[in-house]
Ligand binder design. Structure first.
Ligand SMILES: Nc1ncnc2c1ncn2[C@@H]1O[C@H](COP(=O)(O)OS(=O)(=O)O)[C@@H](OP(=O)(O)O)[C@H]1O
Ligand SMILES: Nc1ncnc2c1ncn2[C@@H]1O[C@H](COP(=O)(O)OP(=O)(O)O)[C@@H](O)[C@H]1O
Length: 236
């Protein structure tokens, strides 16, 4: 209760400051961003640092990349559960799920994958700004697109996780039967079969699994928790 009141006081100071600063009309600082002309960034006195104080954590993006079947969704879910148990707020942006809505207009051809990653990168950035630990899990096959998402965030706030699982292990798992269809030529442009996957060389965390006998998703998520703790993301 006391803490909530302190936070309210902090914010009130900012509200007053900003209201004073905004007296009078200001037509300056109009920008052109892409195809959007005459736009202006609006500031709000409640900032990322204020939201982080409320949540007692630091907003960031955990970007999980790897082949289909490498375990991205499983480890994302295990991580989200472990964070929840610690009272930390996270949200998963799963490629498969986002393609059910926001990105339903995109296919798997190269330029659509680029746009898929760009949009998810932008959404993840918003979640991080909201103070969430945003877990994005997408194949994201191209280095350049992952680097572009990294560049959207302050240094350190983009944590790349590489599911280093060989194609043969993913193909053995084949939970959706997609590799089988791709091998039969019934799906064209399937990542790892007839479409490229560029492994990261600079991932913050590499979760390796060479054989069918891997660590569990919970053990893998534990490594991510240790990383977040060590880097101070689980406190304000
Ligand atoms: N052609 C092709 N190549 C790869 N994957 C395919 C393809 N067609 C459908 N799928 C299914 O879509 C899931 C991957 O979507 P993503 O948005 O993560 O892909 S990407 O980042 O845009 O490359 C992926 O899910 P995951 O297995 O969870 O990775 C597949 O189930
Ligand atoms: N660490 C693991 N060890 C063994 N099997 C796993 C592991 N992680 C995931 N799996 C299994 O592999 C399959 C693909 O996992 P999933 O998380 O859906 O991968 P992705 O999201 O990368 O496609 C599922 O059947 C899942 O149960």
């Amino acid at each position: 209760m006391e803490e909530t009141q302190t936070l309210k006081v902090d914010v009130q100071g900012k509200v007053d400051k900003l209201a004073n600063g905004h007296a009078g009309k200001n037509h300056s600082h109009l920008s052109t961003i892409g195809n959007s002309t005459n736009i202006k960034w609006h500031e709000c006195p409640v900032e990322k640092t204020d939201r982080q104080k409320l949540l007692q954590q630091k907003g960031c993006v955990i970007w999980i990349t790897g082949l289909s079947g490498s375990g991205k969704s499983s480890v994302a879910c295990a991580l989200s559960q472990m964070l929840y148990q610690r009272g930390k707020l996270s949200y998963i942006l799963d490629g498969d799920n986002v393609r059910h809505g926001l990105n339903r207009d995109l296919s798997f051809k190269a330029e659509d994958r680029v746009e898929n990653i760009r949009r998810v990168g932008e959404v993840a950035k918003l979640f991080a700004d909201a103070g969430f630990i945003c877990i994005a899990c997408l194949i994201s096959p191209y280095k350049r697109d992952r680097a572009a998402c990294r560049a959207m965030l302050p240094s350190g706030d983009f944590i790349e996780v590489f599911m280093d699982v060989p194609l043969r292990v993913c193909e053995d798992r084949d939970p959706k039967g997609l590799y089988k269809l791709a091998r039969a030529g019934k799906i064209k442009g399937f990542t790892g079969i007839d479409d490229p996957y560029e492994s990261p060389l600079d991932a913050e965390i590499v979760l390796k699994c060479n054989t069918g006998d891997c660590s569990t998703p919970t053990d893998m998520a534990g490594k991510m928790i240790s990383y977040l703790e060590e880097k101070g993301y689980l406190q304000a």
